[in-house]
Design a protein around this ligand. Sequence first.
Ligand code: GTP
Ligand code: MG
Length: 139
Amino acid sequence: MATNRTFTMIKPHAVAANAIGGITAMIEAAGFRVVAMKKTQLTAEQAGKFYAVHEGRPFYGELCEMMAAGAIVPMILEKENAVADFRELIGSTDPAEAAEGTIRKNYALSKGENAIHGSDSDENAAIEAAFFFSEREMY
Ligand code: GTP
Ligand code: MG
C-alpha cells in the first residue's frame, strides 16, 4: 500500500451512537479521500489478532471485548502525510487530553471507548488495511 495512505476504524460505541456520518464528515473536511469503507463486526478472536501488539497489557481483554461488541466501520484513507496527519486529526488516546477540533474530543467517551483507531506507521497501515480489504477493493 502507498505511503500516502492510512487505515482507520470507527469503534462500536461510535457506530451505535449514529456517528458514522459525523466522523466521516470530519475526515473528509480534513482533506482525506475515502479509498475503501465498509460496515462489519469483529469476533473477539479477530479483535485479539488485530490488537495482538497489546497482548499482555492490562486493558487487552477489555479492548478485545469492546471492539467485538458491535459493528465497526474500517476505512482506508488517502492524503499526503496520511499517517501523521490522521493521528493529529483523531487526537490523544485519552479524550481528556484530546485537543479541540479532534475526532476524539468530539466523540470519545473514555480512554477505551475513544471513537476511532488510527494506524501508527505506514507499515502497520498496510498490515491493518489488508486485515479487512482485498487489494482490488483499495482504489
Ligand atoms: P488506536 O488508534 O486505537 O491504536 O489508539 P492509540 O494508538 O491512540 O492507543 P494505543 O495503540 O496505545 O491503544 C490501543 C487502544 O487500546 C486505544 O485506542 C484504547 O481503545 C485502548 N486503550 C489504550 N490504553 C488504554 C487504557 O489505559 N485503558 C483502556 N480501557 N483502554 C486503553
Ligand atoms: Mg495504536
